[in-house]
Design a protein around this ligand. Structure first.
Ligand SMILES: Nc1ncnc2c1ncn2[C@@H]1O[C@H](COP(=O)(O)OP(=O)(O)OP(=O)(O)O)[C@@H](O)[C@H]1O
Length: 312
């Protein structure tokens, strides 16, 4: 086992940020960590890295106890933070070299590794420019390069695609998949369910400081197999109607995304007529029942929607 988080509790004053949080990661896995704002994802990550002390429970990384002082653990983790941390006044190459030197790499291996990493992040031709001349997506790619420079055994990426352009986003997803094919162990947090679906070999769903479910995508979907998913598109949607739908006795969950209601009902319950009645004045456009996906798993298990809360 590469990482073992056992029943960890972390409080910030009266806030219980991690509530008996447990997770296990094997070498070579790509773990998708999903959770709404404030679920505790960053706190979990920072505890794993040893940046914040935990109150109870235990964390073992590379078979060593994480007590916050173990430099060997820190040296073998590559951490891509939510905020981009690079030096705007130094060239891309100097940024990579600087981070490599922090990890104690020697000059020759730094020079070789910079070329390798530049290829992975697609910045070969721009390494001698300063990041102040880069686009947001290129800055993010350099930032990820700085976290990969020392060939870490565990790569942790905390929402690496927030606030960047779609091309850079798909580029990042492609190289995360490539890192996975090359055998890297990765923990990837995101608000974008489709990103987690695309890259993760196993998924943890976190809510209120606790891992409420984990498994491969088919395993998670099997957990909600008894439910049906109805999507209703209307011309004018409203929170009031969402509330009315939620109050129907046979409805499990309702989410509203743009002009589309996503409704979870237990299989075999004839509830469609009641739904149509509630939404009839809103101008029905389409009604679909569909196969569940990860978004439906998330909605069913947490009663929440990730997308509503995305800031970008
Ligand atoms: N340094 C801190 N001091 C006080 N409270 C904190 C601190 N860090 C986190 N918290 C609280 O702990 C809880 C978990 O926060 P955390 O940042 O881990 O969630 P998250 O899942 O990463 O959220 P997001 O998706 O918004 O980044 C929240 O209630 C947050 O306000």
């Amino acid at each position: 086992m590469l990482l073992q988080v056992d029943e960890v509790i972390k409080r910030f004053g009266s806030t219980l940020a991690l509530d008996c949080c447990s997770m296990q990661v094997e070498e070579g896995e790509v773990i998708g960590l999903l959770g709404p704002n404030g679920a505790g994802k960053t706190t979990c990550i920072r505890s794993i890295i040893g940046l914040i002390p935990i109150d109870e429970g235990s964390i073992t990384v590379f078979s060593q106890k994480q007590d916050g002082k173990n430099r060997e653990i820190r040296r073998n983790i590559g951490y891509v933070t939510q905020e981009i941390t690079i030096y705007e006044q130094m060239s891309g190459r100097d940024n990579l070299a600087f981070f490599a030197s922090l990890y104690g790499m020697d000059k020759l291996s730094i020079a070789n590794r910079i070329e390798e990493v530049a290829q992975i992040i697609g910045l070969e031709g721009r390494l001698d420019d300063k990041p102040k001349h880069y686009s947001g997506g290129m800055k993010r790619r350099l930032n990820i390069g700085c976290a990969l420079i020392h060939s870490p055994r565990l790569i942790i990426m905390d929402e690496p695609t927030v606030g960047i352009d779609p091309q850079s986003r798909s580029f990042i997803l492609r190289f995360v998949k490539q890192l996975a094919r090359d055998g890297s162990t990765i923990i990837y947090t995101s608000h974008y369910i489709e990103e987690v679906e695309a890259v993760a070999s196993r998924i943890y769903i976190m809510d209120n400081g606790h891992m409420i479910a984990q498994g491969t995508l088919p395993e998670l979907i099997a957990r909600i197999q008894g439910d049906h998913f109805i999507e209703v598109e209307v011309r004018i949607a409203s929170e009031e109607k969402k509330l009315q739908l939620q109050q129907l006795p046979d409805v499990k969950e309702v989410a509203l995304e743009g002009n589309r209601y996503r409704i979870v009902v237990p299989g075999g319950i004839p509830v469609l007529d009641k739904i149509v009645l509630i939404l009839s004045e809103q101008g029905l456009v389409t009604i679909n029942t569909k196969q569940p996906n990860l978004e439906d798993v998330f909605l069913t298990l947490t009663g929440k929607q990730l997308r509503d809360e995305v800031q970008s």
